[in-house]
Every structure is written in structure tokens, then in C-alpha cells.
Ligand binder design. Structure first.
Ligand SMILES: [Fe+2]
Length: 284
């Protein structure tokens, strides 16, 4: 069944959002939409999300799902905002990997948030092999933990949306040092994706444009297998390289606001007057 893939690039977090539509029915899903956040003033805005909503409206698409590939640490999701904005046109559902309950349990304790850890406010939690309808076609959920325990990828008509697993072949793979992350688990997930047919188009969640090269967001499974700079080595060497590199990486700039918001699907605790927590580390 023919589908269309439209990507949007969020410069602030180098994140790609994908709007995937069934060309026959105009049913659509949206993967990883970001909100805009000004850290110094802690101000949340939705310019990017409004552009995406504008595209959906202009092209007369029916948004069925807003899907997350995982609880992001580098941007705040606009999932709940978009659901709210479109609710009078067509109710859409929020979906993510079932591992979100584990992420909620860990971080609600860490940030001392009083919230249920049952996956809500997401409407659906996905397990490996789940299959959902998109217009006249289906999409499949593949669990791909490692970067985070809730990471999933979405397979739609020969296109795989991989979240933070692979980056473009010249950039390697995602970090694994967040709570519940595991280089060994990511290695297994990467190979799970490499088992897909060679021509499967792989769509990235991020591109950081190494050495100033042009922005890129997709490649094929075959190209990843042959050229990904992190995968031309044994499992043992990969894990060792990954863990050593992760030990040198800084925390993402929006780590604390992003995680606190994203485990609630981007729901604002109070519409106009809310607080986020910043844990203090003191090194003497
Ligand atoms: Fe991530």
C-alpha cells in the first residue's frame, strides 16, 4: 500500500519528526514531535508543533496516532499538545513502548513526582510484535532497547523509524548511559534491525552533521550493515567502545525538563503555573 513520509527537522535538538500517511485514506501517524523550550526562562512554546498541525490540516490528513520512539532526554515532546489541538477534528491516540512504565517508575522517584507509573497518560503501550492499523495498511512495533529501556522502532511498508538506535552510518549509534540503558542491549537491538530486508529504508531520529556534512535522515539497512562506523567490530569491542565513549559525554542540555515532561507524554502539570525540578550535584 503506498505511503508518504514527510519529515520535519527541529534545529534546537537536531530531531527529525516523521508524518507517515496512507495515500489511499489520508490516515496518518506522527512520530516524535518536539515542543520548543527556552531553557533560561523555562518557557514552553509550540511553534514547531503548530507548523506540523498546519501541514496536517492543509493536506487534509487524519491523524490517528502520535507515537514516541522513547522518552527523549534532549527535547520535550509535543504529543499531548497536538492531541489536544486536534481533538475536535479527529481524536488521536498517544502510543509508546511498554517500557515507559519502567522509565516512569525510575524518574518519578528520582524527581519526587506524584504520578501514576502505569503508562498513562499514553493511551497505548506497545510490546514487541504489536501490529496496528494505518488506513489500508499496517505498521509493526519492534522493541529496540539499549539507549533507553522503553525504546521502540516502527516498521511501515518497508520503512523503519528507528528512534535512538542507529544514527547515519558516519555517526554510529546512540548513547546507552541513561538509567536502564545498556550497550549490550543496544547491540542486540541494532542487529535486530539489521535482520530486516536490505532495502528497508531506515529513518533516523537525529542527525548531528559530523564534519559539517549536509543534513541527512535516511539510509538503508544494507548501508548501515556495511558502513556504520560503530558496527565494523565484534560485540565485545562494540560494548567496550560504546561504554568508554559514553563516559565522556555530557548530560543533554534539556535533560531534566525533558525527562520530567516526557514521562507524562508532555502533559503540563498545570496549564499556566508549573514547576520542574533541577537536582543539584555538588562536587567538592
Ligand atoms: Fe534519545
Amino acid at each position: 500500500m503506498p505511503i508518504a513520509v514527510k519529515s520535519f527537522f527541529h534545529q534546537q535538538s537536531a530531531t527529525f519528526t516523521y508524518l507517515v500517511s496512507c495515500l489511499d485514506t489520508h490516515s496518518s501517524i506522527l512520530i516524535d514531535p518536539p515542543a520548543d523550550f527556552d531553557a533560561p526562562s523555562a518557557t514552553l512554546t509550540f511553534t514547531t508543533a503548530n507548523q506540523i498541525i498546519g501541514y496536517i490540516t492543509t493536506h487534509k490528513l487524519t491523524l490517528e496516532w502520535v507515537l514516541e520512539t522513547h522518552a527523549h532526554a534532549d527535547h520535550i515532546t509535543a504529543a499531548s499538545y497536538i492531541k489536544q489541538q486536534l481533538k475536535d477534528k479527529h481524536p488521536c491516540k498517544l502510543g509508546t513502548g511498554a517500557g515507559i512504565t519502567q522509565v516512569q517508575a525510575y524518574f518519578s522517584h528520582f524527581y519526587q513526582l506524584d504520578m501514576p507509573c502505569d503508562g498513562s497518560p499514553f493511551d497505548a503501550l506497545f510490546d514487541d510484535g504489536d501490529r496496528l492499523l494505518l488506513g489500508n495498511t499496517h505498521f509493526d512495533v519492534i522493541t529496540t532497547p539499549g539507549h533507553t529501556p522503553d525504546s521502540v522502532s516502527y516498521l511501515i511498508e518497508g520503512n523503519i523509524f528507528v528512534g535512538d538506535t542507529f544514527f547515519m552510518p558516519d555517526s554510529g549509534t546512540a548513547r546507552c548511559d541513561f538509567p536502564g540503558g545498556s550497550a549490550k542491549a543496544l547491540y542486540a537491538s541494532l542487529h535486530k534491525l539489521l535482520a530486516l530486508p536490505d532495502k528497508t529504508i531506515m529513518w533516523m531520529c537525529h542527525d548531528y552533521q559530523p564534519y559539517g556534512r549536509e543534513l541527512a535522515n535516511n539510509t538503508t539497512v544494507q548501508t548501515q550493515r556495511l558502513k556504520n562506523v560503530h558496527l565494523q567490530q565484534s560485540e565485545h569491542a562494540y560494548i567496550d567502545t560504546r561504554e568508554k565513549r559514553d563516559a565522556t559525554l555530557s548530560a543533554p542540555q534539556l535533560l531534566h525538563p525533558a525527562i520530567q515532561m516526557n514521562i507524562r507524554a508532555g502533559q503540563v502539570p498545570h496549564p499556566t503555573y508549573s514547576f520542574l525540578t533541577i537536582p543539584l550535584t555538588v562536587l567538592l
